[in-house]
Design a binder for this molecule. Structure first.
Ligand code: SAM
Length: 236
């Protein structure tokens, strides 16, 4: 058995009970170092822990896949939710195993941000730049989302100088592409742990620096009007 689970945004209290049960019954628990640290209190002393980083993830996942094929119960732990900015890692897990694997969702940092900032998913698009490959279609999509009067929740890319696309780069890119410099923008860091929040305009965001553990909200200029029934005594 092998299953991929989301560890949630950082505080162990956000991990679903079903995922805690999977960890409690695991023979092997694998994941990136920082994510293993989140779930460590739930890993039984008998379980083998396979930790990895960006450079050795493929080799370490091969070890996990071999243990899975040998009949061990393996749990691979992802940051937040697997389904937002986690699919490339899932692809690596499945490639190592040679077959599709089951997933168990977790709470994503995007959900916590939506909760803190009170934004409605229906009126918001989710975009990540924290992925390998060509970012151009995702950059274009972000411009379209904002032109279309939707909010955007954005995971930046913190990698090396050449590739990094952090909130200040994202803001500068959007300004170059004609997006309104006055759009309200927020950057939230370390959600559910040592949280920090920044609020300003898109233009101000181009000057704001933040850590790698940041997620960004760009609000549309005019929030959608309420579409629920009028209050009692008010005609439509
Ligand atoms: C590879 S992505 C994984 C996102 C994850 N799958 C999720 O659902 O939140 C990692 C990036 O997500 C963002 N992130 C994850 N957890 C966060 C948190 N607790 N607070 C702020 N940003 C977070 C950071 O930008 C981090 O570099």
């Amino acid at each position: 058995m092998i299953i991929c689970i989301g560890a949630g945004p950082g505080d162990i209290g956000y991990l679903p009970r079903r995922s805690a049960e999977l960890l409690a019954n695991a023979d092997v628990v694998a994941g990136f170092n920082a994510v293993i640290d989140v779930v460590r209190p739930l890993i039984p002393a008998t379980a083998e822990i396979v930790q990895m980083g960006y450079r050795d993830q493929v080799a370490q996942l091969d070890i996990v896949a071999a243990m899975h094929h040998a009949g061990k119960r393996c749990v691979v732990v992802f940051m937040g939710d697997i389904h937002f900015s986690g699919f490339q890692y899932l692809e690596r897990v499945e490639r190592a195993c040679g077959h599709p694997v089951e997933t168990m969702p977790g709470i994503t940092s995007a959900q916590v941000l939506a909760s803190r900032a009170k934004v409605c998913f229906d009126e918001t698009s989710f975009i990540t730049f924290h992925r390998r490959g060509d970012l151009t279609p995702f950059k274009r999509h972000l411009v379209h989302v904002l032109q279309d009067q939707r909010n955007a929740i954005v995971i930046p890319c913190p990698w090396d100088e050449a590739r990094s696309f952090m909130p200040w780069h994202i803001a500068a890119y959007l300004l170059e592409n004609g997006i309104d410099p006055e759009l309200k923008t927020e950057v939230w860091e370390n959600l559910t742990r040592n949280e920090a929040e920044w609020h300003g305009t898109l233009a101000e965001c181009a000057e704001h620096r933040c850590s790698d553990m940041s997620i960004m909200l760009i609000r549309c200029k005019t929030p959608m009007a309420s579409q629920i029934e009028p209050p009692p005594g008010v005609s439509a």
